[in-house]
Design a protein around this ligand. Structure first.
Ligand code: SF4
Ligand code: SF4
Length: 277
């Protein structure tokens, strides 16, 4: 299968997936039934042996706990990164009240994540049906959403280093040519920053996508709008993003909306919301 055919199959899956539309049973408010979560996804490819992944192992970048593509899947050849842009309906709902997350945004985060994982499983199935092994790090039993270094210090949620997983969707996206980091540490793609990522590692070879940038912050204009929007001032032009206050705020939204949670004020009402500024 060519990269173009695979990208078409993924886009078509997301377009027709029932999970891309909020049902009456799922809707947090009756008017959210029928809400469409994601627009057409962007897809990028990176070589599994790309030296960029090796760089991430260095302390101070991500760290030695990050597993390389070949550590997730022996003989891995390609990392496939997918960006799922949130629809205008979801984004505009989150622009209305900048102090608390909209219910539409909460759906994008929770039901949206289910669709992302389903899409990754679908990609695995396509590749496996062609005889190639494929693995989704976020679905693997070894995946940890926090820094797995066994140390009381690192396991402390007030420590910035805690917020570092053993696989990084955003770094995979950067490596796959999908976009660069912004001040808020999200990735600015050509469809903007408001959205979510998934990735699949495979033994199938696809030509790596061109990275039309050289610096990790090339697409960010450092306007500071995301810092102004943040309800807990977790972002600043001087320090970038501090994860502990953001995480504490997200935990608070979960108390009110369990099992939903979210915020995303740094991804809306900003020049990088739906395009490269
Ligand atoms: S809002 Fe401005 S400073 Fe923040 S990530 Fe976007 S472009 Fe960069
Ligand atoms: S950094 Fe966290 S708390 Fe601040 S706007 Fe972004 S998601 Fe919300």
């Amino acid at each position: 299968m060519t990269a173009a055919l695979l990208a078409q199959a993924i886009a078509s899956y997301v377009n027709r997936a029932g999970g891309n539309v909020i049902t009456q049973e799922q809707a947090l408010s009756p008017d959210l039934a029928g809400l469409r979560l994601f627009d057409r996804p962007l897809i990028g490819f990176a070589g599994a042996g790309d030296s960029y992944f090796q760089e991430l192992k260095k302390p101070g970048v991500v760290g030695p706990h990050l597993l390389l593509p070949g550590e997730w899947l022996p003989q891995a050849k390609t990392v496939i990164s997918i960006f799922f842009p949130l629809t205008e309906a979801v984004r505009s709902a989150n622009r209305r009240d900048m102090k608390r997350p909209s219910e539409a945004w909460l759906h994008g985060r929770i039901e949206g994540q289910s669709l992302i994982l389903d899409t990754c499983k679908y990609i695995e199935e396509i590749l496996q049906s062609e005889g190639y092994e494929a693995l989704t790090p976020a679905l693997d039993s070894r995946f940890l959403g926090w820094n797995p270094k066994v140390s009381d210090k690192i396991l402390d949620k007030s420590n910035q280093a805690y917020y570092s997983s053993n696989w990084s969707e955003r770094h995979a996206a950067y490596a796959s040519g999908l976009g660069t980091f912004g001040l808020s540490r999200g990735i600015i793609t050509r469809a903007g920053m408001a959205g979510r990522f998934g990735s699949v590692i495979t033994q199938a070879y696809f030509e790596p996508s061109v990275r039309p940038y050289t610096g990790v912050y090339d697409y960010c204009i450092h306007c500071g709008a995301c810092a102004v929007n943040c309800p807990v001032k977790a972002i600043s032009l001087e320090e970038g993003k501090r994860h502990p206050p953001c995480s504490e705020f997200l935990d608070g939204t979960k108390l009110k909306n369990t099992p939903h949670y979210g915020c995303g004020k740094c991804q809306v009402k900003v020049p990088c919301e739906s395009g490269i500024p």
